[in-house]
Design a protein around this ligand. Structure first.
Ligand code: NAI
Length: 320
């Protein structure tokens, strides 16, 4: 497959495309033939203020290279307006890159309602609003490609980012369900956890590291995931500095604590703890079906056993 991956005839909406990662995606799509809606509210890093100049500049950059682009300055919280811009300018919407983001870092005890709500409104609710506005169009045309943007902070947690990490991991859940609901309509939804030098990271990373973490090194993954040739959906990737890797869940073989002749008590859980937490021969369930299948197998093993105590969590404490 040596042919160039092109997006001629495709309409792409990139949220928060006035700078950082979103700008790199918008430029890359524009260079490869897509019509691009460059959305950006133009506020500051905490979500205060607004300006049209960030989006306008990127539109000019795309046009200067011979590409097609229009600007949109609405907040992602008004997702229908963003999608309407795509429909008005180009008549359709094929690809949505949910990328807009802000930060309001605080240690958990100091996180205010506003810190929590603003982060959730922009990241999680914003991605919901934009994607839902495009969903019926995608269903009707039996084609859609959606990207959600999570973060290592969401996947692993990070000090001072309780609001951000919870919203970011919420996006993984949203993407996983959209991948399932979109399957029969040829709508793919994948999630990326990028790492790149931008105004969000320039205050926390040294300049030489930022230099090697260019947004341009993340854009090729986004374009590939959105191309017709890519069949992945419901997947999660980390990407940065030119490296890309896929992530998945892992589950220990675990232990059947409720056994014949033994009550299922907290003490029994303690006894089995090493086995419960042992990842030797771990499985990798990729759906709720696969997750439940493991439980069904366990239940059938249990049903073969005589004398398993039914619900004895409090056994030994309050024997009624
Ligand atoms: P950035 O600050 O350079 O770009 C984000 C853009 O979103 C800004 O231009 C901003 O004006 C825009 N924006 C903010 N609120 C908006 C709203 N309500 N509506 C429309 N536009 C809005 O930041 P960066 O680093 O490019 O981040 C892009 C995405 O990647 C964010 O979702 C961020 O959380 C995520 N991310 C970035 C990482 C990094 O290393 N740069 C690490 C992990 C995740």
């Amino acid at each position: 497959m040596s042919s160039l991956l092109r997006f001629d005839g495709k309409v792409v909406l990139v949220t928060g495309a006035g700078g950082g990662l979103g700008r790199a995606y918008a430029l890359a799509f524009g260079e490869r033939g897509a019509s691009v809606v460059v959305n950006d509210l133009g506020g500051d890093i905490k979500g205060d203020g607004k300006s049209s100049s960030a989006a306008d500049k990127v539109v000019e950059e795309i046009k200067a290279k011979g590409g097609k682009a229009v600007a949109n300055y609405d907040s992602v919280e008004n997702g229908d307006k963003l999608v309407q811009t795509a429909l008005d300018a180009f008549g359709r919407i094929d690809i949505v890159i949910n990328n807009a983001g802000i930060l309001r870092d605080r240690s958990f005890g100091r996180t205010s309602d506003l810190d929590w709500d603003l982060i959730h409104r922009v990241h999680l609710r914003g991605s919901f609003q934009v994607t839902r506005a495009a969903w019926d169009q995608m269903k009707n045309q039996k084609y859609g490609r959606i990207i959600m943007t999570t973060s290592a902070a969401g996947i692993y947690g990070n000090f001072g980012q309780a609001n951000y990490s919870s919203a970011k991991l919420g996006l993984v859940g949203l993407a996983n369900t959209l991948a399932i609901e979109g399957r029969k309509y040829n709508i793919h939804c994948n999630t990326i956890a990028p790492i790149a030098g931008s105004r969000l990271t320039e205050t926390v990373m040294p300049p030489d590291l930022l230099e090697s973490l260019k947004a341009e090194y993340v854009a090729p993954l986004v374009l590939w995931l959105c191309h017709d040739q890519c069949t992945d959906s419901g997947s999660l990737f980390e990407a940065g500095a030119g490296w890309i890797g896929k992530l998945r869940w892992e589950r220990a073989q675990g232990s059947i604590v409720r056994r014949e002749g033994r009550a299922m008590t907290p003490e029994a859980v303690r006894e089995e703890w090493d086995q419960i937490c042992d990842f030797t021969d771990a499985t990798k369930p990729a759906s709720t079906g696969e997750s439940l299948a493991g439980l069904v197998a366990v239940l059938s093993q249990m049903n073969e056993g005589e004398g398993i105590v039914p619900n004895p969590t409090s056994a030994g404490i309050n024997p009624l």
